[in-house]
Design a protein around this ligand. Structure first.
Ligand code: SAM
Length: 361
């Protein structure tokens, strides 16, 4: 093929691939629904050669399995890297085995990320993306695609539809459990020096509770919306005090404030209001805000998996809350305009950073 024609075919393929990318999401969701990774992992622990299609069909939670469709679906999942495939020694049947990727979608595996990925694959989370255009409408500045679809803001939807809220807060809890040991490492000196901390928008309290467990001299509290606090009190974090309130109105006094995944939910104007409330309540000289957020790369030019995830997360903030992910430069500008001095940005795991800042006099 001529070079120009080959270039055109590649470009055409790229556009079709974008148009059909949702198929990957739906196949991943199906793999989770059927517990395919759990079945294949459990089987191959006893039978290292793998599981045949017939054996797999028998293990599915279905009375009757359409074996031809199962074969096609498994072929797609192999292409996606979720499983690997070979054939039996007699070459009669396909054999499926786990991959590195399938370890992440085990129900009880140590590496399982199911609580993190299940909410984003639900119908209620996917449907607002159909209204991405409303985010462009300058006349409807505060209307998010989520609100257009569901008729209320994300936080209200979680209190009205507890199943949605439960899934979301489970995801936040899983993410916090993964990140908080790194946050503690980075902020150890700060935690040793302070007497009190409020986890602003701290949800079920797992972050504050982990800090309280390692630094018992720090009085740890969680400030969140009244409906979240009502639920969080039953989440089993006894070493934490829960405070129902509104971070835009006032934040009780503490030596340090933790804002994990809070500011990315909001546009710059709202962030400035939250940071002003933080500044008002922190001790002058010595108070600290600890921000835990993704820090975006300046250029969004990568085509690797993580670049695409970062891009989707940033667009997700636009869809769900009207917020945004920020670059290091944007964090610096935002904090400076709220009267904070950035002390340090420390990258931790999977694109996240800990940003420590002090109020300027
Ligand atoms: C993305 S979640 C982050 C939860 C937690 N910090 C974490 O990282 O796991 C945002 C949190 O902000 C809370 N929130 C939203 N609006 C709030 C407000 N006006 N005052 C206090 N908390 C609020 C939500 O209820 C939610 O728990």
């Amino acid at each position: 093929m001529e070079e120009a024609a080959a270039t055109e075919m590649r470009a055409l393929g790229q556009v079709f691939a974008h148009a059909t990318a949702f198929a990957d999401t739906m196949l991943l969701k199906l793999a989770v629904q059927l517990g395919l990774a759990d079945i294949i992992h459990a089987h191959t622990q006893k039978n290292p050669e793998g599981i045949t299609l017939t054996q797999l069909a028998k293990s599915l939670p279905l009375d009757q399995v359409n074996i031809n469709n199962l074969s096609r679906i498994m072929g797609c999942m192999v292409r996606m890297g979720l499983f690997s495939m070979s054939t039996t020694s007699q070459g009669q049947e396909d054999l499926f085995k786990p991959t590195h990727s399938s370890e992440f979608i085990l129900k009880d595996g140590k590496k399982s990320i199911l609580p993190l990925i299940m909410p984003v694959m639900q119908e209620w989370a996917i449907s607002p993306w159909h209204f991405l255009d409303v985010a462009l409408d300058g006349n409807k500045k505060n209307l998010t695609p989520f609100e257009k679809k569901h008729g209320c803001k994300l936080w209200e939807a979680f209190s009205k539809q507890p199943m949605m809220g439960m899934m979301f807060y489970e995801a936040m809890k899983a993410e916090t459990m993964a990140l908080i040991p790194e946050v503690i490492k980075v902020c150890e000196v700060t935690f040793q020096r302070i007497g009190s901390l409020i986890d602003v928008g701290g949800a079920t309290g797992i972050g504050a509770s982990s800090i309280a467990a390692q630094f018992p001299h720090v009085k740890c509290s969680v400030l969140d919306r009244p409906d979240v606090v009502a639920l969080a009190k039953f989440a089993g974090c006894p070493n934490v005090e829960f405070l129902a309130g509104d971070m835009f109105t006032s934040i009780p006094h503490a030596d340090a404030l933790l804002l994990k995944k809070i500011l990315h939910d909001w546009g710059d104007d709202e962030c400035l209001k939250i940071l002003q409330r933080c500044k008002e309540t922190l001790p002058k000289g010595g108070g600290t805000v600890i921000i835990v957020e993704a820090v975006m790369d300046k250029e969004m030019d990568g085509d690797d998996a993580w670049s695409r995830v970062k891009m989707a997360n940033d667009m997700g903030m636009m869809v769900f809350t009207g917020g945004k992910e920020r670059t290091a430069e944007e964090w610096k500008v935002l904090l400076a305009s709220a009267g904070f001095d950035i002390y340090k940005i420390t990258p931790i795991m999977v694109g996240h950073s800990v940003i420590e800042a002090h109020p300027l006099p």
